[in-house]
Design a protein around this ligand. Structure first.
Ligand SMILES: Nc1ncnc2c1ncn2[C@@H]1O[C@H](COP(=O)(O)OP(=O)(O)OP(=O)(O)O)[C@@H](O)[C@H]1O
Length: 658
């Protein structure tokens, strides 16, 4: 069985959890490797009560951790410490992102591995401890040095709200005299729980202290200075929610604002979760309190499978900011992030005994894990194949978050993420079907065999042959060895065919499973298309409506302006008309007087009269036109026009002859 070449994105480890249900049969066995090498292979076989399946499936992993493995074993032997070293970066070099995730059936030990228990610390706490213990003396002071803090805020590319741990914790837990402040000694924060607060602050002394990582050593870049920033979010129902923006209560939790995973102005070639709350921690205690605060926020719901089952995918991000510590002005901040992911458990709805909202949750969880499985398989196939297929990571938020920056174009090679660690957890006494499904898509390699069981025919035949032999010896007759040989050959052929049939059946089952998954993915994609289409329609419609409203407003303004202009024009004409009439009357009198006084001036007056008459006729016709327009508009103007008509009707005309 060949294993994945080094180009695969993930190292995949299997961790088995001790079981409390040993009355069940064990379906998973670890193959011990020769020469005391660590185990890398396991075999699984359907429980004895499942008579249909005799095939044995064999899986390869980077390494298998048996039930006895401790949290420290996992930290060291999965390469998590080197991952942390990569995040810190070598001397004079920028750090590189690291990803560590757990995957498994509900109740298989993912949270135990990542977050630990009441007595044992998980990989998240251990990673934080390693990071702080290695960098403590090189951490910049952000608490009292405003310039340091604002330089960190300015260097943030993800539109985040950056806070110091003390102000974050003060805001969450207490605003009174029992404040968490830098004056408090780190190990003496237990008194805070007595202060009046919205919620009791977890006691540092109550948090697990074991295992210790005092002896872990990493070569730290001593020419650099660092800042460690913690942020946390969860993917719930395919939406991203900040875990450090407290919703306050279960009621208000449903109104949380979802965040976007996108490229920002300062991060054009990488996607980031925009708008997260980020907390700059000065020491391990602050970081652990921030972590506890986020975990409190994380949504959990009891199901039949596991009383405190994680119903969301939890992302715990430890961002390391690093800059060169020169004698003069320090260099610019660079940033690399260690992301630790506690994936929600896959489960069978029937097994989980879920209902209502939790059944819908289970559907979303299974859907996202199905997409994750497809991506894992595809990236693993690509590592073997000469041509690489597209890893379908855009299908849901989870795979986008896990894979998109690994495939992002334009990633500087030195900033490419390190090889990620995937820890698959399994309970060897748990759900065979659910576990085998996860192992199939996560393992580095797999082969199927059907154990040869001596068939009933061969047993009978061998018995018959022995009997005939002894009978022959006694009777002296020859053995029909040729017939027995032929039957044995036929028997072997039957066994071979049966084996081939079983393998084909398994492959068929797998293909069926893939088909179901592909159909589900197709349906989900169609639903998404409809959703997007409806969204776009609505967007276009509202844009069109607003443009239409704008146009209408513009058109109305132009029309009103035009009407005002016409009114003014009309008023002016009316004035001219009125003044023309008075001129006529005055002129008439004058002309009459003049006709008596000066006969010689008659011709001039007649010409002038003619001109006035022409002008008057033209004005009247224009006036008529405007009147018609005005009648349809303003009632006040109508009155004016009516008055004018009345005045005309009074018999005063311009057509008087001299
Ligand atoms: N390696 C281990 N050693 C001891 N106990 C373990 C181990 N792994 C898991 N357990 C125990 O098994 C139980 C279930 O584990 P855990 O909550 O970690 O499962 P999970 O996979 O995270 O489940 P879910 O997906 O539902 O959250 C817990 O009580 C845990 O302490």
């Amino acid at each position: 069985m060949d294993t994945k070449p080094q180009s695969a994105l993930f190292d995949v480890f299997l961790r088995l959890r001790p079981s409390t249900t040993e009355d069940k049969t064990r379906f998973l066995e670890v193959e011990a490797e020769i020469e005391r090498e660590a185990a890398t292979h396991i075999t699984i076989k359907a429980p004895a009560n499942d008579h249909r399946k005799r095939a044995v499936e064999r899986f390869a992993f980077t390494r298998v951790f048996e039930e006895s493995a401790t949290q420290r074993d996992i930290l060291e032997r999965t390469g998590a410490v080197s991952l942390v070293a990569g995040v810190l970066g070598a001397e004079g070099r920028e750090g590189r992102d690291g990803l560590l995730a757990t995957l498994g059936v509900t109740g298989s030990g993912k949270s135990h591995t990542i977050l630990g228990t009441k007595s044992q610390r998980g990989l998240t706490q251990l990673t934080l401890d390693v990071l702080f213990s290695q960098t403590q003396q090189y951490l910049v002071d952000t608490e009292t040095n405003e310039r340091n803090f604002s330089s960190i805020c300015e260097a943030d590319a993800s539109e985040s709200q950056v806070l110091t741990a003390s102000s974050f914790l003060d805001g969450i837990y207490d605003s009174g005299p029992g404040r968490f402040s830098r004056a408090t000694t780190p190990m003496d924060v237990s008194f805070i729980s007595t202060a009046p607060a919205k919620r009791y602050m977890p006691r540092i002394s109550a948090l697990p202290q074991a295992p210790s990582v005092e002896d872990v050593n990493i070569d730290v870049d001593t020419s650099a200075e660092y800042a460690i920033i913690v942020s946390m979010y969860e993917v719930y129902n395919d939406r991203i929610f900040d875990l450090l923006t407290a919703s306050g209560s279960v009621k208000t939790a449903s109104k949380r604002r979802a965040l976007l995973f996108k490229s920002t102005e300062f991060s054009p070639d990488r996607k980031v979760v925009a708008g997260l709350r980020k907390v700059v921690c000065a020491d391990l205690d602050e970081a652990l309190l921030v972590l506890e605060t986020g975990l409190h926020e994380r949504r959990v719901a009891g199901t039949g499978s596991n009383a405190v089952s994680s119903r969301s995918h939890g992302f715990f991000c430890i961002e390391v900011k690093k800059r060169h510590r020169g004698h003069g002005i320090p260099g610019p901040w660079t940033s690399s992030t260690m992301t630790i992911v506690d994936l929600a458990g896959s489960e069978r709805a029937r097994t989980a005994k879920t209902a209502g909202a939790t059944l819908a949750e289970a559907g979303k969880i299974n859907e996202s894990l199905m997409y994750l499985g497809q991506c894992m398989q595809m990236q693993s196939d690509n590592a073997h194949a000469t041509t690489s297929n597209l890893v379908p990571f855009r299908q849901c938020k989870l795979t986008e978050l896990l894979f998109s920056n690994s495939f992002a174009q334009g990633n500087a090679p030195h900033k490419a993420p390190q090889k990620a660690i995937m820890i698959v957890t399994a309970n060897p006494y748990g759900d065979y079907n659910a576990t085998s499904q996860i192992l199939r898509y996560s393992a580095l390699a797999r082969e199927v065999t059907v154990p040869r069981i001596p068939s009933v025919t061969s047993t009978i035949l061998s018995g018959t042959a022995a009997n005939s032999k002894s009978a022959g010896q006694s009777s002296g007759r020859s053995t029909p060895s040729d017939l027995v040989g032929e039957l044995e050959a036929m028997n072997a052929e039957v066994a071979r065919l049966r084996e081939a049939l079983e393998i084909t059946q398994i492959r068929l089952e797998e293909e069926m499973q893939r088909r179901i998954e592909a159909e589900a993915s197709w349906t989900a994609a169609e639903a998404r298309i409809h959703e997007v289409e409806a969204e776009i329609r609505e967007e276009v419609w509202s844009e069109m409506e607003s443009k239409l409203a704008l146009e209408q407003r513009r058109w109305r303004a132009a029309r009103d302006e035009e009407l005002d202009r016409n009114d003014e024009h009309l008023d002016r004409k009316l004035e001219i008309l009125a003044s023309g009439i008075s001129i006529y009357e005055d002129n008439d009198k004058e002309n009459e007087q003049a006709s008596f006084d000066r006969k010689s001036g008659r011709n001039d007056d007649q010409r002038r009269m003619k001109e006035l008459e022409d002008e008057n006729t033209e004005l009247q016709s224009r006036l008529m036109l405007m009147e018609r327009e005005k009648i349809q508009r303003s009632p006040s103007k109508k009155m004016k026009v009516l008055k004018t008509r009345k005045w005309e009707g009074s018999g005063v005309g311009l057509s008087c002859s001299p």
